[in-house]
Design a protein around this ligand. Structure first.
Ligand code: PXP
Length: 252
């Protein structure tokens, strides 16, 4: 089984900074620490309302990740503004997400079936500039097939529903995990690379990391929260350890 990469999302360091309207804590410093702790990528979401990451953060993150040779994954809504920012900064990867101003976080996957004609040209223009394009989708093989038709190289499966179900001790959790497994299998069959993310914590990471087709996890909110108690490096090390354990157990 391939080694599973860990992308660390540092958005919520910026949430904390912005709550005070000052310039600390710095998401760029968090990215430096995450890279030093051995993460495989940095993820940041520049939202339309700039509630956490700012334009200047994106420029600084582009700069430091490039210097360190660590991939930057730019999460973005499918808008002309975000497209031009992506094309200006040329991150290693762009993950297209649905975005509604009133949502607290990204609530569902991108609807590639409903929005194909709007999304596919953006995928193609970004990919044409050498950006690795990923579509954030619900665990639905039909959405994966549409992402493939649009020209995406990667799908990121939305793990939020499964992670919420585990936390709420819902009986739905096993079925939701099964849907993720099927979507991962079908996406790989279509020739897509499979990533996963949203809501992952120390409890939910192992079942997700054990899905053999998944090659990257993107984790943010829990790691930043845990950093308050044990430090960011320690939180990343523990997450990495659990990911490695899950992979080893799944291939034993
Ligand atoms: N992947 C995508 C596409 C996301 O939108 C988010 C949230 O910004 C994450 C991963 C990380 O989710 P969380 O912060 O819940 O770990």
């Amino acid at each position: 089984m391939s080694r599973l990469r860990l992308g660390v999302n540092i958005d919520h360091v910026a949430t904390l900074r912005n709550a005070r309207g000052v310039d600390y804590p710095s998401p760029v410093r968090a990215a430096e620490l995450a890279m030093a702790a051995g993460c495989d990528g940095i993820t940041a979401h520049l939202r339309e309302d700039r509630r956490h990451i700012s334009d200047a953060d994106i420029e600084a993150l582009t700069d430091i990740t490039r210097k360190r040779g660590v991939p930057l994954n730019f999460e973005m809504a499918v808008t002309a503004e975000m497209e031009s920012i992506a094309l200006r900064n040329l991150p290693h990867a762009a993950c297209l997400v649905p975005e509604r101003r009133e949502e607290v976080t990204t609530e569902g996957g991108l609807d590639l079936l409903g929005g194909f004609d709007r999304i596919a040209p953006v995928v193609q223009r970004l990919a044409g500039e050498g950006i690795r394009v990923s579509c954030f989708i619900d665990a639905d093989p039909a959405q994966a097939a549409a992402a493939r038709r649009a020209g995406a190289q990667v799908v990121e499966l939305h793990t939020g529903a499964y992670c919420d179900a585990v936390r709420e001790r819902s009986l739905e959790a096993p079925a939701l995990l099964e849907r993720l497994k099927i979507a991962a299998f079908e996406s790989t069959r279509l020739g897509l690379e499979v990533h996963a993310g949203h809501g992952i914590d120390f409890e939910t990471v192992k079942p997700i990391a054990a899905i053999p087709q998944v090659t990257e996890l993107n984790i943010g909110h829990f790691l930043v929260g845990e950093a308050v108690f044990i430090g960011l490096a320690q939180a990343i090390h523990r997450m990495r350890l659990l990911m490695d354990e899950a992979r080893a157990e799944a291939s034993a």
